[in-house]
Design a protein around this ligand. Structure first.
Ligand code: NMX
Ligand code: MLT
Length: 438
């Protein structure tokens, strides 16, 4: 067993004991009541999930094992000469709960490089899809095709004890994460670069190798990828991709099947596809106004028009956050250093000035501030990754780190099948009638 895996097992053993004692002493304590409105309105705020890897505060934003994004940018190991954190380090932090050393991060980079070989049948499956297929659909199909490699599925069929589940889920997690950049880059080069593929470079870190395989060798683009793949990795457990992965994993579907479920959720426009939608919205605005850089007045009018047409302003609003997303701020800081004059970047910043009061004035949007997706596309466009249909695949490669680290924890802690209670409106009506009489 490798030392990261051994450390994880030791941490999980301690946590199992702690949870056992918590449940024995406090298992009957209530975490709060559930209102009828919450049941109808997407279960907002109902505390019903345990996710160890990160925790979201509606005003402060995300903390990964207690560390905010600015702290991660400071504390996590970097590539030689780089300033942005290596996502390998965030994976270690989420899995183990401690800030890794440079050696830990190098160990994970090397492990993933060693496991990155994608079997040919996965490429054949991708090739069988029409080239017009959306990259997120190609990505989901490819992850499912890779499921043939699941060690967990094989071991379960052969008969393993529940105590061994975590071990095989850990192995699948490491292999799947290792292979995702190759699959994503293959889809990118197939769809947009005439199938002119680029072989991996095993000497590079996970993000730099991904950038290289997509065809981008600029050092500051590699830095952007390190930042991007770090900040999109996790957003506690209730978001659609994390929850879907956890839910499907609770049926003991293997990590490939569980992650594919998360990715089909990420592909929705209210979730990860919003990064594509933001850029489309900006480009449509520019085309309609016949300008590269609309004025703040023009942007304000366009936002009002979008709302009047009954559409969402993509990149704004959030189910939990009530302030500017710190992931937006991190990208804004990156842009200030690397590309402050870029016209799309400047438009993103102008939208940030203009949109919040307009959204707030509607009186119904709970969070008028930008989320992570409001900024990412502008940075990618700046470096020449202009095909916005592909942007959610980048989000997906990053999200694997959080949801799969969580899946390892789910199995190590022996979490059961997830199965909440549902009701009919008839049941609710009868319940209300009884309550009113009583
Ligand atoms: N533009 C227009 N209307 C909005 C927006 C927005 N950006 N955000 C919320 N609303 C509407 C929402 O549709 C709802 O309308 P109605 O009552 O007519 O159904 C009303 O405001 C109240 O919604 P909230 O309670 O503020 O937000 P909710 O928690 O339901 O939804 C989002 C959260 C993220 C789905 C929503 O803000 C949204 O659709 N934003 C735009 C899409 C987006 O950027 N998604 C990315 C989220 C981050 N990610 O990567 O996943
Ligand atoms: C995410 O990163 O998953 C999004 O911000 C959505 C969420 O947290 O609900």
């Amino acid at each position: 067993m490798g030392y990261v895996k051994e450390t994880f097992r030791a941490k999980a053993d301690e946590q199992v004991k702690e949870i056992k004692s918590l449940l024995e002493q406090h298992g009957n304590k209530s975490l709060g009541e559930v209102t009828i409105a919450q049941a109808y309105q997407g279960m907002r705020g109902i505390p019903g999930l345990i996710t160890e890897t990160s925790l979201l505060d509606s005003n402060e934003g995300i903390r990964f094992r207690g560390f905010s994004i600015p702290e991660l940018r400071q504390k996590l190991p970097k590539a030689e000469g780089g300033k942005e954190p290596l996502p390998e380090g965030l994976f270690y932090l989420m899995l183990i709960g401690e800030v890794p050393t440079q050696e830990d991060v190098d160990h994970i980079s090397a492990t993933w490089a060693r496991r990155s070989h994608v079997p040919n049948h996965v490429f054949d499956v991708i090739e069988s899809l029409p080239i017009s297929t959306h990259p997120m659909t190609q990505f989901c199909v490819a992850v499912l095709a890779l499921q043939t490699e699941s060690k967990f599925a094989k071991a379960y069929t052969e008969g393993i004890s529940k105590k061994q589940h975590w071990d095989y889920v850990y192995e699948d997690t490491m292999t799947l994460i290792a292979r995702l950049p190759r699959i994503a880059a293959y889809i990118y080069r197939r769809k947009y670069k005439n199938g002119d593929h680029i072989q991996p470079d095993g000497m590079l870190d996970w993000s730099a190798n991904f950038a290289h395989m997509m065809g981008f060798n600029n050092d500051s683009f590699k830095e952007l990828m390190r930042l991007y793949l770090t900040i999109h990795a996790d957003h506690e457990g209730g978001n659609v991709s994390a929850h879907a992965t956890h839910l499907v994993g609770s049926a003991l579907s293997d990590p490939y099947l569980s992650f594919a479920a998360g990715m089909t959720g990420l592909a929705g426009p209210l979730h990860g596809l919003a990064n594509q939608e933001v850029i489309r919205w900006i480009e449509e605005m520019c085309a309609e106004l016949n300008t590269q850089q609309p004025s703040k007045e023009q942007i304000a009018e366009y936002i009002k028009k979008t709302l009047a047409e009954g559409k969402v302003v993509p990149g704004y609003g959030h189910a939990v956050l009530r302030k500017t997303d710190p992931r937006f701020t991190a990208q804004m800081e990156f842009a200030k250093t690397h590309c402050p004059e870029d016209p799309i970047v400047q438009t993103v910043w102008n939208v940030y000035e203009v949109a919040p009061p307009i959204l707030e004035n509607t009186g119904k949007i709970k969070n008028p501030w930008p989320n992570v997706d409001a900024h990412s596309g502008a940075l990618l466009k700046h470096y020449g990754l202009v095909e916005e249909d592909f942007y959610t695949v980048l989000f997906g490669v990053s999200r694997a780190l959080g949801v799969l680290a969580s899946l390892c924890w789910d199995r190590a802690l022996g979490f059961p099948l997830e199965r909440p209670k549902s009701m009919t409106t008839e049941w609710i009506k009868e319940f209300v009638a009884k309550e009113t009489v009583a």
